[in-house]
Design a protein around this ligand. Sequence first.
Ligand code: TNX
Length: 636
Amino acid sequence: MKRNYPCIFSLLLFLSNSAFGQGQTTQGRIHLMPEPVQVQPQAGTFLLNNHTSFVIGPAEDSLLDPARLFNQMIRTATGFSLDMIRKSRVGKGDIQLLLNPVPDTVIGAEGYRLNVTPKNITIRANHPAGIFYGLQTLVQLLPPDIQGKLAVSTAKWPVPCVQITDFPRFGWRGMMLDVSRHFFTKKEVESYIDEMSKYKFNIFHWHLSDDQGWRIQIKGLPRLTSVGAWRVFREGVFGNGFAPPQPGEPDTYGGFYTQKDIREIVKYAQDRFITILPEIDVPAHSLALIASYPNLSCTQYSYPVNPGSPFYEVEDNVLCPGNDSTYIILDTIFSQIARLFPCPYIHIGGDEAYKGFWAKDLRDQKLMAKLHLTNVEQLQSYFVKRMATMLASMGKKLIGWDEILEGGLAPSATVMSWRGMAGGIAAARMGHHVIMTPDNFVYLDLYQGDPSVETPTYGRCLLKTCYSFEPVPDSVDPSLILGGQGNLWSEAIPNFRQAEYMTWPRAMAISEVLWSPKASRNWPDFISRMEAQFPRLDAEQVKYSLSEYQPIILPVLDSLTANLEIKLETQIPDLKIYYTFDNTNPDNFSPLYEGQPLSIPNGAKQIRVVTYRGDKPIGQQINLTVKELRSRLRGY
Ligand code: TNX
């Protein structure tokens, strides 16, 4: 990032900005997310009002849709839309959108140059995608209310003058949404895609099938949606806390997208320059498919769609690779998927296949003998290679989770590395393309705050951890790392508000990792820009988490005495931490935490901790018993 003021200056501005929610500028600063490559603030302001027009060249029809989307975004708040004038010269008060006649070699396919002067605004790009991203940046330069759901009684909308040059670090900037464990409606999915596009993501990985539900209509296979899309309803804690279906209990929970829905969502995403990567998870995670067509598993038992009760290794959720029916049905499914989704890739899952049923199955044994395979991992590899050939015949390339490395990787497969970075590193060393989605950095289903106040899940993935994600490991050819993505698995996401809460602001951190230059990463600066986004999400009524302001309470054992002690931390740098051991609620007159681990006073049963910014409480108070802290020594 090249700024025309030094970093220390921005840090001081950040520290002096005691409350968040102040809109696009604080004391003259411009707050953008993700941070552009180069931002050069200029003197003055452009005023957008109902006389402002878009100026689009007569030959540049491809820019009409991005301009229309901009209009759609501001219409409710402003009460007006900008006219679209088809001419080549920009006049006073205009916003000119321009495709470069000669490619600008600095900004590539998705970059843009945005110039705001008091007289007019120009956005230049090589392709319409760049114009779209320039318009997203322009929205962020306007006051937050402009993108809101309420009419605002002002006629003038200021834009600070600035020159911006911007382009992404990675071509694959993804977010994954699991719609199987819990179902999200077409409108909710579109709203997720819309929000992603504001932070310049360009891939929506859609996890469309799993053990808890099949979500896409496939013509000729009606049971996938009449049976596979439905399960019994459960509330409580997914996994051990959910009871299995009871005899005669109706399947009331679920849903699916018709092919018409899919086409509309694909178009909705395309308009926002987002490609949808469809995933049908095979050969495992297939209980919904097997519940619909029981002949596909080795056991051929008739199982119900799983509601989140324990079943792994007990119920056979894996397709039988030695059964030809498997490939016949997959051919029907994937050929329709291939036609519905323009994405050059299809994701076939490939993760977490329990192979115990294969080892006992006669057809699988016969196939292994015929192919001279010596273990079941090689059988999975055979299955994945056969899927790669099938997809190639449909003009598509295969992506799979890193388990597809086991037993030998299909020659042209792209690997999505989720069990840390290791699978990605191994695949890149073999010359394969890789997308990094390591669970320890970008799993948005994991805790972002203290487990005592969050929805039950497992493991921890803090905002700060997302921001520290580096997709390119030192030891590999960087050109093989296509990019990365955040994954939202929905076992513990029973409604869409929770999906938003788990996504934001962590996805902002991921968007910056994937878009902005590595050298510009700056945690305090990110926080101040994140805080400028919150009023935008408020205006749009998108839920987000404030868990990043909570204190972090860590149990530690003193190295000499082995006594339990407590360390307190915050993710946000300028917060103070106050605590009590006397069962009262702390405030800024309570003991201040000063960095040394605390020993637990005799008789104390609980610590209560709160964070402050200046003299205002900011993070949710966390109360933890000593007993709970002791149990956390063993992890979450
Ligand atoms: C592992 S990531 C899974 C998912 C779960 C997720 C929960 C992957 C390829 N498999 O099936 O939902 O963990 O975090």
